[in-house]
Design a protein around this ligand. Structure first.
Ligand code: DCT
Ligand code: MG
Length: 430
C-alpha cells in the first residue's frame, strides 16, 4: 500500500561499491613485501575525516575527474571518484605503494589507474589532459557563473560560447540570477574567508534578532566543519516555538533589502509536507525548506580587515569600491525538523550522500534534511492500484505513517537511530 519508491531509488543511487581484492590488485602492485595495507570502513559516515589530508595530490586528481564527470552529466562516475578521493583523504599517512591499498573500499579500476600513474610518473595523463581541455575549461568558467548549470553551459559551448566575453557578446538571454552572476563573477569566484563569513553572520544575526527576539541562527556548511574558506556562507534559522518560524524569511529579506545589503535574492517557499509527501525522499537531494539564495553586499568596514586583499588581481575594482559580493544561502526550518536540517546542511556533500546510502542500504530507513523514516515494516506494494485507490491509501497511510517517522532533537540522536557512532562536524570533511 505504501509508496516505497524512495527505496528503489536509493538502491539505484547506491552505485555498486567496488572492493579491491588481492587478485585485482596484482595488476597494480609494485612491491607487496614489507607493506602494511591501510584499512577504513566502507561508508564515509563511518569514518572521521578531518581537514588534514595526507594524500592531497591524489585526492585533487580524483576530485578533478569527479568534477569533469559531474560537468558532463555522468553523475555515477562522479560519485565513484568522490568516494575514492574520500577514502584516500581518510588515510593516516601518504600512500607510497599500490600494495598499501589492498582491501580498501570504493577504489575502482579507473581510480586505481589514476593513483598508479601519479605514484609512478608524478602525474596522471588523464588529469593533465583534462586540465588542458578547452571544453573542460569552458565548462568551468561558464558553470562558475551563479545560476548556470552544466546543461546550460553545454548548450552555450555548442553555440561557440567558451568564455565570459563571448557570452556577453552573444546576446544570449540571461535570467535574473545569471545576470547577477555574470555581473559579480570575479567576486563570487573569490573564496569567502572565515572573517567574512563571521561578519555576515553578525549582520544576518542582527536582522534575525530584529524580526524575532527568539529566533535562532546557525552557521552551517563548510564553515561549521571548520573550513577557513568556502564558496558561500550557509545559514540555518529556526524558532523555538513550532510554527513561529513561518513568515520569518520575508521579514528577514525585507530587513536586509531595505538596507541595501542584497545584490540579488530569490526566495522559495517551504514545500515540504510530511503527510502528502509520504516517506519518499525528494526526487533530488535538494530539500524543500523555505530558502533564500542571495548575493550579499559586504562592505569592507564590516569585516574589520577590509575587503580580501588577494582579489586585487582578479577584480581591481573590489578594493576601490570598498565592498564585495558574497554568495549567501538562508534556510528556515521548523524546530521539529531542525536537527535533520542541521545535519543535512552541515555536509560535506559526500558525507550527506553516504549517510543517506547507509540509512537506505544498511538500516532500511530513509533520511532527508526533514526527517528519518523507518520503512522496515512497510508491507503491501504499489501494484496495480488505480489512481483513486492509490490516493485513498495515501490518505489512510498518512495516519499510519506518523508512527514510523523517527523524531530527533539533536544530531547525536540521529546518529544513534542510524546505529552510527557520532561524528562531530569537524570530522565530516569527507
Ligand atoms: N548539500 C548536500 N547536497 C547537495 C548540496 C548541498 O547535501 N547537493 C549540503 C551539504 C553542504 C551544505 O548543503 C552546503 O552546501 P555547499 O555550500 O555547496 O557546501 P559546503 O560544504 O558549504 O562548501 P563550501 O565550503 O564551498 O561552501
Ligand atoms: Mg557552503
Amino acid at each position: 500500500l505504501l509508496d516505497v519508491s524512495w527505496y528503489t531509488e536509493s538502491m539505484r543511487d547506491g552505485h555498486p561499491v567496488e572492493i579491491l581484492d588481492r587478485h585485482k590488485l596484482q595488476e597494480f602492485a609494485v612491491n607487496d613485501s614489507e607493506v602494511t595495507p591501510f584499512s577504513v570502513p566502507s561508508y564515509a559516515c563511518q569514518r572521521r575525516s578531518t581537514l588534514e589530508n595526507h594524500n592531497a595530490v591524489l585526492t585533487d586528481a580524483l576530485s578533478l575527474l569527479a568534477e569533469k564527470a559531474e560537468l558532463s552529466d555522468e553523475d555515477g562516475r562522479g560519485v565513484a571518484f568522490r568516494r575514492a578521493a574520500a577514502v584516500l583523504k581518510a588515510l593516516p599517512s601518504a600512500v607510497t605503494k599500490m600494495s598499501q591499498l589492498t582491501g580498501l573500499p570504493c577504489l575502482g579500476e579507473h581510480s586505481l589507474r589514476v593513483i598508479k600513474d601519479i605514484l609512478e610518473n608524478g602525474a596522471s595523463s588523464e588529469v593533465e589532459s583534462t586540465k588542458e581541455s578547452e571544453r573542460f575549461k569552458a565548462l568551468k568558467v561558464l558553470t562558475g557563473i551563479f545560476g548556470v548549470g552544466s546543461k546550460t553551459a553545454d548548450r552555450w559551448i555548442r553555440e561557440g560560447i567558451h568564455n565570459l566575453q563571448q557570452l556577453r557578446d552573444s546576446g544570449q538571454t540571461l535570467n535574473r540570477a545569471q545576470q547577477a552572476g555574470l555581473e559579480h563573477y570575479d567576486d563570487i569566484k573569490q573564496p569567502v574567508s572565515l572573517a567574512e563569513a563571521e561578519a555576515i553572520r553578525g549582520i544576518v544575526g542582527k536582522a534575525v534578532a530584529s524580526v524575532s527576539s527568539e529566533a535562532q541562527i546557525v552557521l552551517t556548511g563548510g564553515f561549521r566543519r571548520g573550513k577557513l574558506t568556502g564558496h558561500d556562507v550557509d545559514f540555518l534559522i529556526t524558532h523555538p516555538e513550532e510554527g513561529s518560524e513561518v513568515g520569518l524569511m520575508p521579514k528577514l529579506v525585507s530587513w536586509l533589502e531595505s538596507r541595501g545589503l542584497l545584490l540579488y535574492q530569490k526566495t522559495t517557499r517551504n514545500s515540504y509536507l510530511e503527510c502528502s509527501e509520504g516517506p519518499g525522499r525528494p526526487p533530488s537531494n535538494i530539500d524543500r525548506f523555505e530558502r533564500c539564495l542571495s548575493i550579499f553586499k559586504l562592505s569592507a568596514g564590516q569585516t574589520g580587515s577590509g575587503v580580501q586583499s588577494e582579489e586585487t588581481a582578479a577584480s581591481p575594482s573590489a578594493t576601490e569600491r570598498q565592498w564585495r559580493a558574497v554568495r549567501v544561502d538562508l534556510v528556515v526550518s521548523p524546530i521539529s525538523q531542525f536537527a535533520f536540517a542541521l545535519l543535512g546542511w552541515t555536509g560535506s556533500k559526500l558525507f550527506e550522500r553516504e549517510l543517506r546510502r547507509w540509512a537506505g542500504h544498511e538500516k532500511g530507513m530513509s533520511l532527508s534534511s526533514h526527517a528519518l523514516y523507518d520503512s522496515k515494516q512497510v508491507n503491501g506494494s504499489k501494484g496495480s492500484a488505480s489512481a483513486m485507490e492509490e490516493k485513498r491509501s495515501k490518505l489512510i497511510s498518512c495516519h499510519v505513517l506518523q508512527g514510523r517517522y523517527i523524531r530527533a532533537s539533536s544530531e547525536e540522536e540521529i546518529f544513534a537511530h542510524l546505529g552510527l557512532e557520532f561524528i562531530p562536524p569537524t570530522e565530516r570533511n569527507a
